[in-house]
Write a protein that binds this ligand. Structure first.
Ligand SMILES: [Zn+2]
Length: 227
């Protein structure tokens, strides 16, 4: 099964993608994590990409496409962080067709902008790993300290209020049209992302199973008609 997960940055895409990947036993591919890891080496390109991300801007389509091409394989996955523009969605269709791995379903999580701003600006990360905390929602046991390693928690440069607002503006302008694109093709599942994390996951899984069942029945009916 090949899935996409859509939603503004801060809607809980990463958390939900991880839970869904675990539930179905598929790979979780996060282009954000990939970029953050790849941009550590100190090359000119890496610095340029880092500047874009830190400002809340999008990485150019061409570069994103070459990255996605590299990390997408034919097996089962949930892709998180891509596509972000209509052009990327069209290109992804082409890549998947070429690789013979069409996307089965796009999952969309929608959260009001104000909630997103509160979520992201309160986020604190451990400098030694991927551990993440939130000053309101998942505070560390000791203020400013990672529960696992005692490292001093920091805010990512791309998590400030002005960067989040900038990212939301870009999201509304450039990413929202993708949701309509998948909706018109009949493979979009949409759910609210506010509330209990486990309930949202279960909701997505139920919607996904129902939609996959309908798609399977439709396919069988069409086969029957052709016979
Ligand atoms: Zn830590």
């Amino acid at each position: 099964m090949r899935l996409l997960i859509l939603g503004a940055s801060g809607a809980g895409k990463g958390t939900q993608a991880q839970a869904i990947a675990k539930h179905f036993g598929i790979r979780h591919i996060s282009t954000g994590d990939f970029l953050r890891e790849e941009i550590k080496p100190n090359t000119a390109l890496c610095r340029a990409v880092k500047r874009l991300i830190d400002r809340g801007d999008l990485v150019p389509d061409e570069l994103m496409l070459s990255i996605v091409h590299e990390i997408l394989e034919g097996d089962d996955f949930i892709l998180d962080g891509f596509p972000r523009t209509f052009a990327q969605a069209l290109a992804l269709d082409e890549i998947c067709e070429k690789l013979g791995c069409p996307i089965d379903m796009a999952l969309n999580i929608h959260v009001p902008d104000d909630d997103i701003i509160q979520r992201i600006t309160g986020r604190k990360v451990c400098p030694n790993g991927k551990a993440m905390f939130h000053i309101i929602f998942y505070p560390p046991k000791e203020a400013f300290m990672c529960d696992h390693c005692g490292g001093v928690l920091e805010q990512r440069p791309d998590d400030t209020a002005s960067t989040v607002r900038h990212r939301l503006r870009i999201y509304h302008e450039r990413t929202l049209p993708i949701i309509d694109f998948y909706h018109r093709q009949g493979f979009l599942i949409s759910t609210g992302g506010t509330g209990d994390v486990a309930e949202i996951t279960q909701n997505l899984i139920d919607l996904l199973n129902a939609k996959l069942l309908v798609a399977k029945l439709e396919k069988e009916m069409q086969k029957g008609i052709r016979r």
